[in-house]
Design a protein around this ligand. Sequence first.
Ligand code: ZN
Length: 214
Amino acid sequence: MTLKESTLKPETANTRHHVKAGDYFFGIIPAGSTLRIVDLEGNQAADVLFYNAKNPEERYSAMDTIRSQAQVYLSAGTQLRSNFNNPMLDIVADTCGRHDTLGGACATESNTVRYSLEKRCMHACRDSWMLAVAEHPEFGIDKRDITHNINFFMNVPVTADGGLTFADGISAPGKYVELKAHMDILVLVSNCPQLNNPCNGYNPTPIELLVWEH
Ligand SMILES: [Zn+2]
């Protein structure tokens, strides 16, 4: 776990987006810019997919990222790599220290398995991504492009026998992670609506996205 603070000031950011609990963000950040994701109230999970904005067939790859850093958790110093094994973004600052890329995003189907059958009607990150894709055809993404993702601020420890546990979140109000883009990046965020998961503190809350363009 590597904690590192940023020197960037929020008031100098070029753009700021408030993303409500259960809402999505879908947009492009240019190469060289810095994206900060802020856990405004603490214990929130931001489920994020990254694509090469010029060629969305190139996208974030958990396997390539884990292999190249020989570490399953993401934190400051992690380089996010693509399925073409190119650097996409570097995590340049992180005040939380634990981000998951193994657990995947919540879906109505997985919620019925993990919680109970009557939870199927509740909102899920996969639905938020599908809505984002349907509402923004201009980005050229469809449902087959929804692949493995990063769960920022989510605490998913690997057990001694290789299983995954969904543990209490370790984030807190105002904690953030900051990423510097190596290429024009299309960012798709589902601010997780799931209130049955301890990672969300059973209470989904808003996040903020800040972008500094250099
Ligand atoms: Zn979710």
